[in-house]
Design a protein. Structure first.
Length: 232
């Protein structure tokens, strides 16, 4: 075996070892759901050939990670920091690539439909994590990075990790659009919640945060958890 091939094999084995150690740490953690990655400060251990694609699928070395449980484990230790994405355990931190958003929101569940003051819209990711659109998980309508004219709806799933709303779910949201002027929600409560929305936004959605303020007075949109989100 040549020195080049030996080096490539060594790098591949090291990458495999990193994946195994990260998965093992995530699986053995005493948390449920997302890990407390913000509390950990492990050493940076370099890049690893893992990519989350626009459709929410996870890939390693050009091949899809077909075990949903493995993708769920990795997602539980996912961290966004200063425009980059990392898998983090108490012992190590490795950088990965994300094509668009790290999550894809694929299903919608509605509670108290039609009642602006109590209607809550729940979105579930392709990996099974559910969030309620509202102050902690605001909805943004931005521009598609690919340059086409289609809207780019996202929700802050957690700690700056955005979920892209799938086209089918966006169409379902569009069916719930109302005229803001036709609904009555206590202005004091709404203002308080909208202030919470702005304070919740982190650097991953700074540009989208501007869109909240810009569109908050527009008339057509949806209500969820006491907050009005413009869709037009």
């Amino acid at each position: 075996m040549t020195a080049k091939k030996t080096g490539e094999a060594l790098i591949k084995n090291l990458a495999a070892d990193k994946i195994k150690s990260i998965a093992a740490a995530a699986e053995s953690g005493d948390w449920r759901g997302a890990a407390p990655v913000h509390l950990w400060n492990p050493p940076f251990c370099g890049d690893i050939d893992i990519e989350i694609r626009r459709d929410g699928s996870w890939w390693h070395e050009g091949r899809p990670i077909r075990r949903k449980g493995m993708a769920e484990l990795f997602a539980s230790v996912l961290l966004f920091n200063e425009g980059e994405y990392f898998l983090v355990t108490p012992f190590e931190k490795v950088r990965i690539r994300v094509e668009d958003c790290p999550f894809l929101l694929t299903t919608l569940r509605v509670e108290n439909a039609g009642d602006a003051s109590t209607q809550t819209l729940y979105l579930r990711t392709s990996l099974g994590e559910e969030v309620a659109i509202g102050a902690e998980h605001p909805l943004f309508i931005g521009a598609d990075s690919s340059g086409n004219a289609e809207p780019h709806p996202t929700v802050n799933v957690r700690a700056g990790l955005l979920g892209l709303v799938s086209r089918s779910v966006f169409y379902q949201l569009a069916e719930l659009v109302v005229n803001r002027a036709d609904t009555a929600v206590e202005s004091a409560v709404e203002s308080a919640v909208e202030s919470a929305v702005e304070s919740t936004v982190d650097c991953a959605a700074d540009s989208a945060a501007g869109k909240i303020g810009e569109h908050s007075t527009h008339s057509l949109g949806i209500w969820s958890s006491g907050v009005f989100f413009a869709l037009a």
